[in-house]
Ligand binder design. Structure first.
Ligand code: NAD
Ligand code: UFG
Length: 348
């Protein structure tokens, strides 16, 4: 059987780390990416880290003909689907752009997969699909309630994938869908080589890249959004996960899809998080201690739409995917800093 994985969005932050882990685990890798939010240099670096080659197609996943060509040319057995837009604020300003890319793009991909009879899929979902819940440690059975258009694209795609899988029960099929919905918590960090990492365009929205750019002097001051939350130090608490641990979770998911566990098909959600919550101030302190740099920050008003606190219950991923995080917050900080210092202008 072919062991070739099509990685959509493989030139991006998480996708490039997944390519490294796939190549190192012995898979062949084909990447499709339109480079809307990434640079091809990331894939050169993936090859440098692994000493292996991958195949790259520059194309949009909404381009049916391009996808058909890829599935015809390459002997693909499964798909990791990272391609998508991810900026929450932009999704509120331009919702259609998000629905078109994330939802319609996935539908085109699913058509191409169906046509090629490739039925194994790992989907990049997000903890954002949970919305507001009374409990702060999230289990996969909590109700879905995304609160912004970006989150709703993830929730919608999850529902489409569940429906695709359910439809197998109603018709005879030789090849049932086998789908893992991976709900990431807050991915940060970079590959320990310092060759690949997060290279955000413009001013970052997320905490870790903002902290790094303040520490290196690119940005003046970090705003800590709120210190009056009902959390131990009043700042927001999140479950930060090292991007390499996250990437390894994807390889574990592919292995599970190919194993007995998914023998009869199905679509299942898994939280990928550490199961620990750190506050904004704790992250800043860890960063200052590790790098010896001061992070200039001020307390600012709460950011609209932010929840006070949540973190993963990663128990199901441990039980069914045999996956758990290996890296600590200090590793996340050290690897982010290593990447930043070695690549002050990102991939440019
Ligand atoms: P990223 O922007 O670095 O990577 C996404 C990649 O997809 C980019 O290389 C981009 O050029 C490509 N892409 C976008 N639209 C495309 C299209 N229509 N056709 C082809 N390629 C396209 O983002 P990331 O942080 O690596 O995130 C990867 C996935 O994980 C996304 O689906 C994102 O929503 C999801 N996710 C990310 C986070 C996070 O905090 N980074 C959290 C939860 C979920
Ligand atoms: N924060 C600040 N200052 C900043 C940026 C963030 O104080 O400049 C705080 C936020 O208020 C929050 C914490 O840092 O308490 C983390 O914020 P991020 O923007 O880094 O991450 P979010 O938890 O808001 O969201 C991220 C991704 C979403 C994804 C979600 C999944 O941006 O796309 O994780 O849990 F859905």
């Amino acid at each position: 059987m072919s062991n070739t994985v099509l990685v959509t969005g493989g030139a991006g932050y998480i996708g490039s780390h997944a390519c490294v882990e796939l190549l190192q685990a012995g898979y062949s890798v084909v990447v499709v990416d339109n480079l809307e939010n990434s640079k091809i240099e990331s894939l050169n670096r993936v090859q440098q880290i692994t000493g292996k080659t991958l195949t790259f197609f520059q194309a949009d996943i909404r381009d049916k003909a391009a996808l058909a060509t890829i599935f015809t040319k390459e002997n693909i057995s499964s798909v990791m689907h990272f391609a998508g837009l991810k900026a929450v604020g932009e999704s509120c300003e331009q919702p259609l752009k998000y629905y078109h890319n994330n939802v319609y793009g996935t539908m085109v991909l699913l058509d191409a997969m169906t046509e090629a009879n490739v039925k194994q899929l790992v989907f990049s979902s997000s903890a954002t699909v949970y919305g507001t819940n009374p409990q702060v440690q999230y289990t996969e059975d909590l109700p879905i309630g995304a609160v912004n258009p970006y989150g709703r694209t993830k929730a919608m795609v999850e529902q489409i994938l569940i429906d695709m899988s359910d439809s197998d029960k109603l018709k005879p099929t030789q090849t049932p869908w086998k789908i893992a919905l991976l709900r990431y918590f807050n991915p940060i960090g970079a590959h320990e080589s310092g060759l690949i990492g997060e290279d955000p365009n413009g001013i970052p929205n997320n905490l870790m890249p903002y902290v790094t750019q303040v520490a290196i002097g690119k940005l003046q001051q970090l705003s800590v959004f709120g210190d009056d939350y009902p959390t131990p130090d009043g700042t927001g608490v999140r479950d930060y996960i090292h991007v390499v641990d996250l990437a390894k979770g994807h390889v574990k998911a592919i292995e599970a899809l190919q194993s007995e566990k998914f023998g009869e098909g199905g679509c299942k959600a898994y939280n990928l998080g550490a199961g620990l919550g750190y506050s904004v101030l704790e992250l800043i302190q860890a960063f200052e201690k590790m790098t010896g740099r001061k992070v200039n920050y001020k307390i600012a008003p709460r950011r609209a739409g932010d929840l006070p606190e949540y973190y993963a219950d990663p128990g199901l991923a441990l039980k069914e995917l045999n996956w758990n995080v290996e890296k600590t917050l200090d590793d996340m900080v050290a690897d982010t800093w290593n990447w930043q210092v070695k690549n002050p202008q990102g991939y440019n």
